[in-house]
Design a protein around this ligand. Structure first.
Ligand code: ADP
Ligand code: ZN
Length: 723
């Protein structure tokens, strides 16, 4: 007998789909989500194209159990999954998992039940019943839970009155996942430069073809305003748009602006959104009801039915790179998705990544330039403060000149921001008696003191312990002293220098989560804080109208650690932080504390010489054959035994395919030699531009000895972390 079968890709560490029989009453096509038996239990997978429905003759296959009541995954998303698996060498099933694992499993939503008054009186009135009936006296339907909450009674009161017939239940239509944004809600008057850029973007949306553009504008030039015009164009055609943002959880300002422009909030997609709500958004996106999603990198895997536009805001941001599990760069993969969806994509930044800048220079990407701040405000310059000549006294980090400038700013009613990219109180704690350094028990990293929480913590694995009273090595009492500054310690110094000023630390690790963070950012924007002390968190897209002074406490942090992107990262961060100042009425000023004012990055920052920075940096990348002029892939070999990791790394290195122009560097112990108790060794592959690194790695994999025990090899194509 001949029977139909299909290929089903499962969200597991597998590269190929499994075949299943199709029951006679079922008709399946690629993209359909199906329930299939696996082992003793079942699992949801996706019917995968390629194999298609073919006729097989076998008795061994199991049957598909059911087809889920869900839109099929769109073709462009399946192509993205195939492409990503091929490019990153991640098992295809694990890439699929990112498109399926959105919290609750996809499927129809539970019915919502509402109640309304029937007009009948209750035979047994109580105070609680009175409250509830008073609320419902207007005759409107309310959700059951909502009615109880509003009336301040327990849900059982509602049930009691339903049983008595005083209230009746009504099935409510499912709550919409997001309201429809209105493209004409409030249209801005654009400056001529903005209008020119907006017009080109509207045309790109109308063209319904793949294209990439860099929206290159200084901070405050109105990039958001401009790409909103492209979003409006997509909305006007009834199509969907995806806006990727780094750290979306914190960008309340963005949501507010979207609301002002389109009348409603966009659907938000990030880990801070409840699983229930995410399930609703997922359904809405699949049905085409949710038109605009603003999300973190995982929003890339949503099943848009009619994607008409993709925006990657702050495209240079390293938060777009995921370097655990499936290692991918969301900006690059967004370009791939846009290509498969035949949609235009806009990469927006005031400090484009070198990769994107080079693509724009080569003409592979278009460039839309907004060279001036909207309304003519000036991007603040940065005055260097040479820490070798006019540094602060010992144990302090704010130089006398910066302190004086801050004092004047605050006295004049302006706000000051101190930027230091170090969380906690002190990056290192050591014993004054014996020199012992407090180290993480499972990582090769120092423990960072967090004074607010009174704990030492490891920023790599999350290990925490109270600060001990005695040195664990020599037992000397009260001998542990903090070394170096973190933002918490800086606040202490600010409080000493300016006892009257209201200061606030903004850092991603403070308790209270997203809600508190948003409230604090709002407080800063409203001028309720005089001095803000922040980590890189403050560099990102916030609008602080009262901010008049920015002080970069240690511009040298991050430079010279063997990271090929260190210069770029420093330039971007400092430039973005400086761009926070002078957005409102006040003119902004910036100060840059550094030990190496002659360093080209510092020079470019001080002179505000963006073009000069790109010139120098692109030149040195090209000379060193670093990305985008060459390609890199890293292999991290880890094991709980040091010798096992090293031995496998050496075996792996010895069987690397020999190809002209390709060099394998290492193995070497990783800078972060132990992480979460696992010993780490690294190999780095360098290849010429345009070389098919993925194919090379696949060939290497095939030739490599099998890993044994708990040894693991993690491959990262286009790595940005070299730790
Ligand atoms: P960017 O994203 O380039 O940093 P924004 O889009 O945030 O710039 O714009 C900076 C500020 O200028 C915002 O407060 C924004 O509302 C305002 N702005 C920009 N363009 C316009 C415009 N055409 N009309 C009114 N306000 C504008
Ligand atoms: Zn640790």
């Amino acid at each position: 007998m001949s029977i139909q079968s299909v290929d089903v890709l499962l969200p597991l560490g597998l590269d190929t789909p499994y075949s299943y029989l199709v029951p006679e009453n079922l008709s399946l096509k690629p993209g359909d989500l199906v329930h299939v038996p696996l082992g003793t239990r079942g699992m949801v997978g996706c019917v995968w194209p390629g194999g298609g429905a073919r006729t097989v003759d076998t008795a061994k296959l199991k049957s598909v159990k059911a087809k889920l009541d869900f839109e099929p995954l769109p073709e462009d998303l399946m192509k993205l999954i195939d492409w990503m698996a091929d490019y990153t060498l991640a098992p295809k099933g694990m890439v699929l998992r990112m498109a399926l694992r959105h919290g609750e499993s996809p499927g129809p939503q539970r019915e919502r039940v509402g109640v309304r008054a029937t007009g009948r009186d209750s035979v047994r009135m109580t105070a609680a019943r009175g409250k509830l009936l008073a609320l419902l006296a207007d005759g409107f339907v309310r959700g059951k839970g909502e009615a109880a909450r509003e009336a301040g009674v327990s849900p059982s009161v509602v049930d009691g009155l339903v049983d008595e017939g005083v209230l009746e239940t009504v099935v409510l239509p499912p709550e919409p996942a997001a309201e429809r944004p209105d493209p004409t809600h409030s249209t801005p008057t654009l400056s001529p430069a903005q209008e020119e850029a907006a017009a080109e973007l509207r045309q790109a949306v109308a063209d319904k073809a793949f294209s990439v553009r860099l929206l290159d504008g200084v901070t405050g030039s109105g990039k958001t305003e401009v790409y909103f015009e492209a979003v409006a164009a997509a909305l006007a055609e009834g199509r969907q748009a995806l806006i990727l943002l780094p750290e979306i959880a914190l960008t309340q300002a963005f949501l507010d602006r979207f609301t002002r422009r389109f009348g409603v909030k966009p659907a938000e997609w990030h880990s801070g959104v409840s699983t229930k709500r995410r399930a609703r958004i997922l359904n809405g996106v699949a049905k085409g009801e949710v038109q605009v999603v603003a999300g973190a990198r995982s929003a890339l895997f949503l099943p848009f039915q009619d994607l008409g536009l993709v925006i990657v805001d702050e495209e240079h941001d390293p938060a777009y790179k995921q370097d655990e599990g499936v290692c991918y760069h969301a900006r690059d993969m967004a370009v791939v998705r846009a290509r498969f969806a035949r949609a235009p994509i806009v990469l927006a930044s005031a400090t484009p990544s070198i990769e994107t800048e080079v693509n724009a220079r080569r003409g592979r990407y278009g460039r839309l330039a907004l060279p001036e701040r909207f309304g003519g405000a000036k991007v603040p310059g940065l005055a260097p403060i040479d820490l070798r000549k006019e540094g602060p006294p010992r144990g302090r980090w704010i130089s006398p000149r910066l302190a004086q400038e801050m004092g004047e700013t605050v006295e004049g009613g302006g706000q000051a921001l101190l930027f230091l990219n170090r969380r906690g109180y002190a990056p290192l704690t050591l014993c004054r008696s014996c020199g012992h350094r407090m180290k993480c028990p499972s990582c090769s990293a120092w423990l960072v003191e967090h004074r607010f929480r009174r704990r030492l913590s490891c920023h790599h694995c999350g290990y925490q312990a109270p600060v001990p009273e005695a040195c664990p090595s020599c037992n000397a009492k009260d001998s542990l002293i903090p070394c170096g500054p973190g933002v918490e310690r800086l606040q202490e110094e600010v409080q000493t220098l300016f006892p009257e000023a209201r200061s606030l630390v903004l850092s991603s690790d403070l308790t209270g989560g997203i809600e508190r963070m948003r409230a604090e950012l709002d407080a800063v924007a409203r001028g309720e804080v005089d001095i803000v002390i922040g980590t890189q968190l403050v560099a990102k897209g916030h609008n602080f109208p009262g901010l008049a002074l920015v002080g970069v406490v240690d511009a040298d942090v991050g430079l010279g650690q063997g990271d090929p992107r260190a210069a770029e990262r420093t330039f971007q961060l400092v430039h973005q932080v400086a761009g926070r100042a002078g957005r409102g009425a006040a003119e902004g000023r910036g100060f840059l504390q550094t030990h190496m004012p002659e360093h080209p990055v510092m020079q470019a920052l001080v002179k505000g010489d963006r073009a000069g920075f790109y010139e120098t940096e692109i030149g040195s990348r090209e000379e060193a054959h670093l990305p985008p002029f060459g390609r890199l892939a890293s292999l991290v070999i880890s094991a709980s035994e040091a010798h096992a990791a090293e031995a496998h790394a050496r075996r792996l290195a010895s069987c690397a395919p020999v190809v002209e122009g390709v060099r394998v560097l290492g193995p070497a112990e990783a800078p972060l030699a132990v992480l979460r108790g696992r010993h780490r060794w690294r190999l780095l592959v360098r290849a010429p531009r345009g070389f098919d690194l993925s194919a090379y790695l696949r060939a290497w994999n095939a030739a490599a000895p099998k890993v044994t025990g708990n040894t693991r090899v993690a491959i990262d194509v286009d790595p940005i972390s070299f730790m």
